[in-house]
Design a protein around this ligand. Structure first.
Ligand SMILES: [Zn+2]
Length: 320
């Protein structure tokens, strides 16, 4: 039996799985992503987690055929590393990945992707129809997409394609994005920014609400919960977020003509109807391209690590 490995390097956790050639999981391990002292410490944590998954699967690391890695960015694809990750402390400058993982598994078949690209590889590989044209969209602390067109996984220069969260969806620029630009999608609709957007909307029209908009001490989950309880202001916020999500998804669909868009990430997984329904309802008149299926991810929280495994199995394509 041939064994393969997948690694998910996130800003909070490192996860690894070992699986067989059909994508069946044989073992796994997980740990926290070190906050320092440097990038090598993160590399070591990746290797430790991968060793842990091998042990759990009862497979020697050196007998792994190939591995995929889905990682936070930005990537230096040519160098096989993460370069100055935005969501880790500044002392973590560079995280070498493909070289050290290749040494551990004694193989040069190590495929590095940003996490959403690993996501689309996983959705493709594990989907019944194994579609050639599809998108994986994550709505989480940020917003990003992995894109497959005509069977090609789009990587882009240095592996950083699919940063759709930085599309401008509001020309009035009410909200400033973490990247410094105004009006970007994720400045309104990501888990981190829904509360900031709610606060900005409330400043424009200070209606009564149960949300503590004055002290700012609430999260996206509180906004969704208040809306479900019938708080009119929270309902209005979720409505605006839904409309902006529809605009963002319509832009993606018009650009890439996918057959299906799988949506994942904590915001979508925790509020599937509130996130998916407005997109399904509102995009038809926004489209020139054919209307795709808009579905919740098939793989839940495992989409990146299972996508990384699928990448290892398929040489980075997700094609069965
Ligand atoms: Zn931005």
């Amino acid at each position: 039996m041939a064994a393969y490995a997948g690694v998910d390097l996130g800003a909070t956790n490192v996860r690894a799985v070992v699986g067989d050639e059909s994508g069946r999981e044989l073992g796994s391990d997980a740990g926290e992503t070190p906050r320092g002292p440097n990038g090598i410490a993160v590399t070591e944590a990746v290797l430790d987690t991968l060793r842990g998954a091998c042990e759990d699967a009862d497979v020697a690391p050196g007998s792994i055929e190939a591995a995929g890695i889905g990682s936070i960015g930005p990537l230096d694809l040519a160098g096989g590393a993460v370069d100055n990750p935005a969501n880790l402390p500044d002392t973590i400058d560079r995280i070498p990945l493909t070289g050290p993982v290749g040494e551990l598994i004694d193989s040069d078949r190590v495929y590095l992707h940003n996490d959403t690209t690993a996501g689309v590889i996983g959705e493709r590989y594990f989907s019944d129809r194994n579609p050639d044209d599809m998108v994986y969209l994550t709505i989480s602390s940020g917003i990003g997409a992995g894109i497959c067109v005509d069977g090609d996984i789009l990587a882009g220069w240095d592996g950083n394609a699919g940063e759709v969260g930085h599309m401008t969806i509001d020309p009035t620029g009410l909200m400033t994005c973490g990247c410094g630009a105004e009006g970007h999608w994720e400045a309104y609709c990501s888990g981190n920014n829904i509360p900031r957007y709610a606060t900005a909307l409330h400043r424009e029209d200070p209606v009564p609400t149960e949300l503590p908009v004055d002290d700012g001490d609430f999260g996206a989950a509180d906004v969704f919960a208040a809306a479900k309880r019938g708080d009119e202001f929270a309902e209005y916020v979720i409505e605006q977020v839904g409309h902006l999500n529809a605009i963002g998804v319509a832009n993606i669909v018009n650009s890439y003509a996918p057959l299906v868009v799988y949506v994942g990430g904590a915001v979508a997984l925790n509020n599937p109807d509130e996130v998916l329904e407005p997109i399904r309802e509102q995009i038809p008149p926004m489209l020139m391209a054919n209307l795709p299926d808009i579905k919740l991810t098939q793989l839940g929280d495992d989409v990146v690590v299972m996508g990384a495994l699928a990448s290892g199995i398929t040489g980075g394509t997700g094609e069965r």
